[in-house]
Design a protein around this ligand. Structure first.
Ligand code: C5P
Length: 214
C-alpha cells in the first residue's frame, strides 16, 4: 500500500518575512505516517513546517503554503497511491498578493488591512483521483453536523471529527478524542487515546475500504 499523509499548519506568505499560519503541531499527521510505515506501507508525508523530527523510512516532502501542498499531493496521487489522509491544518485564506519586499511601518499610520483570497480546497480538488480519501474536521461547535457536511461536500470516504475546544485533546497535545464517520452514516465514537492509537484506528478503517475495493 502507498499511503499519502499531510501534516502541519500551512504558512501563507504576507511578505518575505511574515506569514499567516495556525496552531497545528503536526503530531496527529506524523503519528499516522509512522503507524502506516510500521504496518509495512510505503508512506509519503507531505508536511507544512512543524517542530517534529523527520521520521525514518518515510519519504518526507516539505511544503509551505496550501498551494504548495496541493501541487505536491496532486502529483503524488497522480503517480498512484492507495490512500490520502489529510491531517494538515490547511489555511482557508491566503494574502491576495504576497509583497516582494518587507512591508514597512509608516509614521502616523495606526491601522491597515490585508486582502485575502480563498485557498484551493485540496481534498475537493483531488476527489476524482484514485485512492481512499480521509479528512479531518477540527471544530469548536456542532462537531458531528459540521463533520457530516464536510464528508459529503468534499466527497470523502471517512472523516475524523475532533473537538478542538477541549484542553486534554486535539491541537498541540499527545492525545486525541475523535469520532470517525463514514459514508454510510456510521459514527465510531472513540475514547481519549494517544494520537498513535487514533492513527491505528483510522488505518484499520482505511485498510477495510482498500480491501473492499480490490
Ligand atoms: O473545510 P475544513 O478546513 O474544515 O476541512 C478540513 C479538512 O479539509 C482537513 O482534512 C483539511 O486537511 C482539508 N482541507 C483541504 N484544503 C483546504 C482546507 C482544508 O484539503 N483548503
Amino acid at each position: 500500500m502507498h499511503v499519502v499523509v499531510s501534516a502541519g499548519g500551512t504558512q501563507e506568505p504576507i511578505d518575505p518575512v511574515r506569514i499567516i499560519t495556525n496552531r497545528s503541531s503536526g503530531k496527529q499527521g506524523y503519528a499516522i505516517a509512522e503507524a502506516a510505515r510500521d504496518r509495512g506501507a510505503r508512506v509519503t508525508l507531505v508536511t507544512a513546517p512543524t517542530a517534529l523530527t523527520d521520521p525514518d523510512l518515510i519519504e518526507v516532502v516539505k511544503v509551505g503554503s496550501a498551494r504548495d501542498m496541493l501541487a505536491s499531493i496532486e502529483s503524488t496521487l497522480r503517480a498512484g497511491a492507495d490512500a490520502l489522509v489529510m491531517a494538515a491544518a490547511v489555511a482557508d485564506w491566503e494574502p491576495a498578493s504576497a509583497a516582494r519586499q518587507k512591508v514597512k511601518k509608516v509614521d502616523g499610520q495606526d491601522r491597515t488591512t490585508l486582502e485575502l483570497t480563498k485557498t484551493p480546497d485540496i481534498l475537493a480538488t483531488v476527489r476524482e483521483l484514485p485512492g481512499v480519501k480521509v479528512g479531518f474536521a477540527a471544530e469548536t461547535e456542532d462537531l458531528l453536523g459540521n463533520a457530516k457536511e464536510k464528508l459529503s461536500r468534499k466527497g470523502l470516504d471517512l472523516i475524523v471529527a475532533n473537538d478542538v475546544s477541549a484542553t486534554d485533546a486535539g491541537f498541540n497535545v499527545d492525545n486525541n478524542r475523535v469520532v470517525i464517520l463514514d459514508r454510510d452514516g456510521a459514527q465510531d465514537e472513540l475514547p481519549l487515546m494517544s494520537k498513535r492509537d487514533v492513527a491505528d484506528r483510522i488505518l484499520d478503517r482505511v485498510r477495510r475500504i482498500v480491501d473492499a475495493r480490490h
